[in-house]
Ligand binder design. Structure first.
Ligand code: NI
Length: 224
């Protein structure tokens, strides 16, 4: 009696998978999955009035549901829109506990819709379809808030500007059949902002915050 393991079933499926048709002009692709925004951040120091507090801030990673729609304007080129449920990132002091109120400064929520033009190498015989792309991003930043401990320490009115910038990515589709595929992509987005706040009524700012995240997406896609 023949024993079949999951691995041999998967292997057999991959080996015997029919040659799939590559993308064609006019195809729509819809994908859903998980998107992680991992800031590669750098910031200038926090100022209150003219005084440099000697500390910067950092922005943590967050993962959300990612949705992605693309339309092929030629056999090789698609235009893709990346959307997602809102990302909420912890914002931390760049050093431990400067106000004696913990490392976490507050949190911000953002939506980073991105429109990208992708070029597919589009080998018609391949199940593996890599692509590269470049695009534009607009990041809406909202719900900025200090932690209650920082509120108690006199920090209020946190506000971060929205950002407009370029993005670049590479990715690949692994075709399961003519309709379904698995997609993975790595994207860099230039997200720059500045923060303003008040400390016991005095105006404060962080003039230059480069969030510049790496954005990782893994999803399941459907072509129609
Ligand atoms: Ni930047």
């Amino acid at each position: 009696m023949k024993k079949t393991t999951l691995a041999t079933v998967i292997l057999a499926t991959l080996v015997t998978a029919p040659v799939v048709q590559a993308y064609e002009k006019g195809d729509w692709v819809v994908r859903g999955g998980f998107t992680t925004v991992a800031p590669d951040d750098e910031s200038s120091n926090i100022f209150v009035g003219e005084s440099d507090l000697g500390v910067d801030l950092t922005v943590d990673s967050n993962t959300q549901l990612g949705l992605n729609v693309a339309y092929f304007i030629t056999d090789n080129i698609n235009i893709e829109v990346l959307a997602a449920t809102p990302f909420t990132h912890d914002v931390d002091f760049g050093v431990e506990d400067p106000l004696g109120s913990g490392t976490q400064l507050g949190e911000v929520t953002h939506l980073p819709p991105t429109i990208t033009v992708n070029y597919y190498f589009n080998d018609p015989a391949a199940a593996f379809q890599p692509y590269v792309g470049a695009g534009l991003n607009y990041t809406f930043i909202y719900d900025e808030a200090f932690t209650s401990a920082n509120d108690d320490a006199g920090l209020t009115d946190l506000s971060l500007d929205n950002s407009f910038g370029v993005s670049a990515q590479f990715g690949a589709d692994f075709m399961i059949d003519e309709k379904w595929h698995i997609n993975g992509s790595v994207r860099w987005i230039d997200i720059d902002t500045e923060a303003t706040f008040k400390l016991n009524g005095a105006e404060g700012e962080v003039a230059d915050i480069q969030i510049d995240p790496w954005v990782y997406t893994i999803s399941i896609g459907y072509t129609f």
